[in-house]
Design a protein around this ligand. Structure first.
Ligand SMILES: C[S@@+](CC[C@H](N)C(=O)[O-])C[C@H]1O[C@@H](n2cnc3c(N)ncnc32)[C@H](O)[C@@H]1O
Length: 214
């Protein structure tokens, strides 16, 4: 069910992205029920061509209609095996590109919908990624996202304390990015954001929403 396009390769020691791919597959089993309702309403009505940035092991595939034409751009090649299995399980035809969301291999104004979950926390420069997403979207096209973000009070403090260790263990994830601000400051003409909490250590609060290209 999967066609694979080869692109950039990671320069890190192989065990780091390999370990992270295995680790996130385990964590997702516990995390996913916490966000399932949000994801169902965010991704469930999509149709046509959908581009996902940083799809990881593919936890979002199950929310999509099986007639969606899905492409993913993922920088960690060790995610592929998990994603292929998930695509087969849910019966979705997918095209996985080994690449970088900061340089999307798409022409300007060419994609109807881009989706991303827990990815603005992990990319080296979320501003650049949003610029790229905006560039490739057709006018009226949407970026649908769900992200963990910086908390306040005790949660904010615990995120600050664990940040360096988290970054190492979670393959570069910054636990406390203020991604709603990055989205608000981006070029998108229309932005709908919902802030919510989940019952999961450190990766709460969350935001989800839709950014529309004018
Ligand atoms: C925290 S994981 C989330 C994975 C998946 N979206 C999910 O919700 O489980 C972040 C993902 O973004 C990918 N990623 C990080 N930087 C990237 C980049 N520059 N381009 C494409 N993918 C990237 C990672 O390899 C990883 O799969």
């Amino acid at each position: 069910m999967v066609s694979v396009t080869q692109g950039s390769a990671s320069s890190r020691p192989a065990w780091v992205p390999r370990f992270f791919a295995w680790g996130i597959e385990q964590v997702m089993k516990v995390y996913e029920p916490q966000v399932a309702e949000h994801k169902r309403s965010l991704f469930g009505d999509l149709y046509g061509e959908v581009l996902e940035i940083g799809p990881g092991t593919g936890p979002n595939l199950k929310y999509l209609r099986t007639d969606v034409r899905w492409t993913g751009v993922e920088s960690n090649p060790h995610m592929r095996g998990y994603l292929e299995r998930e695509a087969d399980r849910v019966g979705l035809q997918v095209d996985l590109i080994d690449g970088d969301a900061m340089h999307l291999p798409y022409a300007d104004n060419s994609v109807q919908t881009v989706i991303g979950s827990l990815v603005l926390c992990s990319v080296p420069c979320p501003q650049t990624v949003l610029k790229e997403v905006y560039r490739v979207l057709k006018p009226g096209g949407e970026y649908r996202f769900i992200e963990h973000v910086a908390g306040t009070g005790l949660i904010g403090l615990s995120q600050k304390l664990i940040k360096p260790l988290w970054c190492c263990c979670a393959d570069g994830c910054t636990i406390n990015r203020r991604s709603w601000e990055t989205l608000e400051q981006s070029e998108f003409g229309k932005l709908k954001i919902q802030h919510f909490r989940i019952n999961f250590p450190f990766v709460t609060p969350h935001i989800s929403g839709i950014a529309t290209k004018a």
